[in-house]
Design a protein. Structure first.
Length: 160
């Protein structure tokens, strides 16, 4: 189970932040974050899952998946990676599709960081930067904090 960490303040009203600490090494968290075959086990809070996951984990590479709800809902998601620093940072956005095709309705840019702390634990920070305050509020109302925290706990479990 992950340990709650002090919540960092968002940079603006358009940002949501989740911070957790765990004893799982950052290298393992990063490896599982970048392995498509593992996404169905952790990426969405259960009973949701993902299917058809394709990841080209490199700056300019694409990410595609379909989020699947318990009542048959299907929500395709795609975007591109903006920055990849192995074992440290993953930056992605839905502002573009593969080959830099602009998304007419971008929602957010995600920044995931993995930091080794002096006590050997890993601090995991997930930031969601939204194009508008309304999108940030919508994401919060959809359960950003609860959902992303549960997904992180599921990630920690498969890392063990």
């Amino acid at each position: 189970m992950s340990l709650p960490a002090p919540i960092e303040s968002p940079l603006s009203e358009r940002e949501l932040v989740l911070v957790r600490e765990t004893d799982v090494p950052r290298e393992k968290l990063y490896a599982d974050w970048t392995t498509a075959e593992l996404y169905p086990q952790w990426f969405c809070p259960k009973p949701w899952t993902v299917a058809d996951v394709e990841l080209d984990v490199r700056a300019g590479g694409f990410s595609r998946m379909t989020m699947c709800g318990p009542d048959g809902e299907r929500f395709p998601n795609q975007g591109v990676y903006l920055e990849i620093v192995p074992n440290e940072k993953i930056v992605f956005t839905d502002a573009y599709f593969a080959n830099w095709e602009p998304n007419p309705n971008p929602f957010f840019t995600g920044i995931i960081t993995f930091e080794t702390l002096p006590d050997g634990k890993t601090r995991y920070t997930a930031r969601a930067l939204h194009w508008t305050k309304e999108n940030s509020e919508k994401h919060a109302a959809m359960g950003f904090h609860e959902g992303w925290a549960k997904a992180f706990d599921q990630l920690v479990e498969i890392c063990r």
